[in-house]
Design a protein around this ligand. Structure first.
Ligand SMILES: O=C(O)CCC(=O)C(=O)O
Length: 271
């Protein structure tokens, strides 16, 4: 249960840290499975590209900046299926979204390597998975202690109130906001402990700097939405997600496409 002070903080700032959502034994299993997934399936060349990097990285850092990423950890590990469906997390998101139903939209690992962990330019998550309205919260599940030195998450407090912002996009850059107007130096750092979860609104402007520590900074982002909030494009478009709170409402014109990209021939459809 969130306190009124936590709800008010989120409403004012567009982010909120929840302490110790995952107990140590559960976190240990998540951490071990994550290491296995990183070494067996993940992409080790996932650092975000673009001209903005020259403002975030010294030349030497730029050469070795490393981000390990992979989507949908629940497809690889039962511990992660349990982690993303955690009822405490679902309840907190439902409270902040003021909804009776919460759907998982996606899950993505961001692991910054020791000494060379890649930074993120200031951005909203909106351009990666645009939705009609703001009923969407991202949750950053922390596997390691994250601090200033290891490149913890940073937010522009209250920035979600600006609404949907136009981002710089293109084939050679990750979507980001103009670096002179949206500065990492103006953002609030949110250090977190392993087991904490940091929630933020789809429109909250955020970024993070290089991991200069000798430690990994691994976190997993889980996107949660009110299923009434229609997706307009981007990551996981058209794919239904697990319902982690309440029941899916019937929405006219919104089919639940359990077939993915495959359309069953009528005669062969097996129900
Ligand atoms: O992992 C980070 O430091 C940045 C995370 C981020 O930008 C995101 O999840 O959208």
């Amino acid at each position: 249960m969130l306190t009124q002070a936590q709800i008010d903080f989120f409403s004012e700032n567009g982010f909120l840290r929840l302490e110790q959502v995952y107990p140590p034994e559960e976190l240990q299993e998540m951490s071990e499975d994550l290491n296995y997934i990183m070494h067996t399936f993940a992409n080790w060349d996932a650092a975000w590209k673009g001209p903005w990097r020259k403002e975030y990285l010294k030349e030497e850092e730029d050469k070795k900046a490393t981000l390990v990423a992979i989507h949908e950890l629940q497809h690889y590990s039962a511990a992660w299926t349990r982690a993303i469906t955690n009822p405490t997390l679902a309840d907190a998101v439902a409270t902040l979204l003021d909804t009776d139903c919460v759907e998982v939209h996606h899950c993505t690992l961001h692991a910054k390597a020791p000494d060379a962990g890649a930074p993120f330019p200031m951005h909203q998550d909106l351009p990666f998975y645009p939705h009609e309205d703001g009923r969407y919260i991202d949750a950053l599940i922390h596997l390691d202690n994250a601090d200033e030195e290891s490149g913890c998450i940073k937010f522009l407090a209250g920035s979600y109130k600006l609404g949907k912002l136009q981002h710089i996009t293109g084939p050679d850059t990750a979507p980001h906001l103009p670096t002179d107007k949206f500065r990492l130096q103006d953002a609030v750092s949110v250090p977190a402990q392993a087991g904490d979860v940091v929630l933020f609104h789809l429109w909250t402007v955020h970024g993070s700097s290089v991991n200069n520590s000798g430690r990994w900074r691994r976190l997993v982002r889980v996107g949660f939405r009110d299923p009434r909030n229609r997706q307009e494009g981007g990551q996981a478009m058209g794919r239904p997600g697990l319902i982690v709170k309440g029941r899916r409402p019937k929405i006219e014109g919104q089919e639940v496409n359990v077939y993915g990209n495959w359309t069953p021939p009528v005669a062969a459809a097996k129900v």
